[in-house]
Design a protein around this ligand. Structure first.
Ligand code: GUN
Length: 291
């Protein structure tokens, strides 16, 4: 079994980005600038946004964090987005999801200038991605492709089963894995809550990508020997023995499934760090495209 080490791979990618930033500085160019908008004070979102800002510092980017109260109106948030769209100093920005219930998430994502949409969530970028045109690939799927590619996992002609059809991970992943390209050319089955006999399908999978948010959902009895496992889940499970009162669990019962796997991502330290590295990569790309 080989561990798909997202922490190490993300650090490699961040080192590559740092080299590009230093080249920009040597040429007297402006360094990339990422902004993040956070509405409310959800604990997990605060942690993720904090990690994104720290990652910017690590590679030499400028970063701006815009924190808005939970009660922020949709109108006010749309105004903040318009300001970021028009601010030439900002190369790319993200609106951390989920948003409070009184705000229409899709309306907000539609308001982001596609050229600054480093999350790749705008319909224009999603459509362009699906058509294999120049776009921003959402950071988590992009990170998974990079992990598979850098570990030389063979995907061509393999059967990939994606569990979960979210707009952020499952759906784009199912499209990308079927496309031409280094971590593509695979035959994809996209499964979801209405899928019948899920175990029968997962047992036929060469590669399983689980993005459900249900701790330890995928068990050893559901996979065949030699399977490649990508675990996108990051759930906080109450645990009194931990100083923070919770422990982080993935969607895969790691101890039992890893014994049958050829490659597997750990949680934490798998897909999570890759997401942040690829957000930085997209911001670098945005900086270069917008010059
Ligand atoms: N919430 C969970 N994942 C993501 C992500 O990749 N980007 C943003 N903006 N919000 C998220």
């Amino acid at each position: 079994m080989v561990l798909l080490d997202g922490k190490k791979t993300a650090n490699d990618i961040k080192d590559e980005i740092t080299i590009s930033v230093n080249e920009m500085i040597d040429l007297g160019e402006k360094v990339p600038h990422l902004a993040a908008v956070l509405v409310g004070s959800d604990g997990a979102s605060l942690t993720y946004v904090g990690s994104k800002v720290r990652a910017c510092e690590r590679v030499g980017f400028n970063s701006t964090l815009i924190e808005l109260p939970e009660t922020t109106s949709e109108e006010k948030l749309l105004k903040v987005i318009q300001d970021l769209n028009g601010n030439n100093d900002i190369d790319g920005f993200i609106v951390q999801l989920p948003l409070p219930k009184h705000i229409d998430e899709q309306k907000v994502l539609n308001a982001v200038n596609p050229a600054k949409d480093v999350d790749g969530f705008h319909p224009e970028n999603f459509g362009r991605m699906a058509l294999e045109m120049e776009s921003f690939i959402p950071a988590t799927p992009y990170g998974i492709l990079q992990l598979l590619e850098r570990y030389q996992v063979i995907t061509k002609g393999k059967h990939t089963v994606v569990i979960g059809r979210s707009h952020i991970v499952g759906r784009p992943m199912s499209i990308l894995m079927s496309q031409k390209g280094p971590a593509g050319n695979s035959t994809v089955t996209l499964t979801h809550s209405h899928t019948k006999n899920l175990s029968e399908i997962t047992k036929q999978a060469d590669i399983i990508i689980v993005a459900l948010g249900v701790p330890e959902f995928l068990k050893a009895s559901m996979v065949k020997d030699g399977v490649v496992i990508v675990d996108v889940g990051i759930s906080r499970v109450p645990d009194d023995t931990k100083p923070r009162g919770y422990t982080i669990k993935g969607d895969v019962a790691f101890d039992e499934v890893s014994k049958k796997s050829s490659f597997i991502t750990p949680v934490p330290g798998g897909v999570g760090p890759m997401t942040i590295a690829m957000l930085l990569k997209n911001t670098l790309i945005a900086r270069k495209r917008n010059t």
